[in-house]
Design a protein around this ligand. Sequence first.
Ligand SMILES: [Fe+2]
Length: 319
Amino acid sequence: MTTHEVRISPLRDDLPFGARVHGVTRESLREEANRRTIRQAFEDHALLLFEAVEESPAMQLAISETLGPLKDHPVSKVPRTDEALAAGVIELKSDPNDDQLVVEYQGRRMTNFLPWHFDHSYNNELNRAGVLRPVIIAPEGGQTGFADGIALYESLPAGLKARLEGVNVIYDLGVMQPRMRFGVPEGMRVVQVPAALTAVEEQAKTKRRAVHPAVWRRATGEKVLHVGLLHAVGIEGRENPEGDALLHEVVQFIMDNTLAYFHQWRLGQMLTWDNWRMLHCVTGSDPRYPRQMHRTTIAGDYGLGYFECDRRPAPQPVA
Ligand SMILES: [Fe+2]
């Protein structure tokens, strides 16, 4: 019997994913029964919103470590927070006084625009999850969107489902907003590129491209549509107009999804998602306002990605 019980409730009744977690404190996280409840909810619901939690890096680490061991971020040019506090806690920050990425769309300038993606697609290994903590919230926009790969796969038209069997997508770290090939909203243009992004693009030139299946099957049996827009450059073995047309089609399907959840942040919340199953994005916010998030990275790979030229892993049964 636990003395500080953690409780789980649906994120929203009409969504096939997501749960709220209540009662998370340093005390409750010390109880193994509560830690098990959180891990099981993560497996079942793929997105957990921790409500009314202590606003501190220590709490973010305690929640993260409940889900698994931390790992460092694979790109050394991505800014870190205080390394003495936690290796691999990264800072996602936009500030009107800093050099920031700015795009223009439908007559408005926006920063923080990030299209649908899964983290570390440009790497052979994925991470299991991240835990996001808001530090400064933009007064409007800057929502984080989540889409469920299982629900996406199930709602694919039969013809597209069939054409995605055995398809692998190639990702390149250097292909970000300024050079995106797939999923650029019509009429959007990049008007300012920060030096930090250029540095990541430079670093990317030393990295091989990574390959991940467009669809994979979980140990629990469900198939997951798992295609990121941000770094995608083509379909393995079909980097031609026919392959690009298929990738454009699936990307458009993802962008048209109506079962996504867009989270409006409040201080005192933290949020984690299953990076093997969910896609996420960030809606743009007005460049005049700062926004700052801290994110941990939790280790754990699904074992299906590889760098080009490396031996491919044994194919998983997909039938
Ligand atoms: Fe991300």
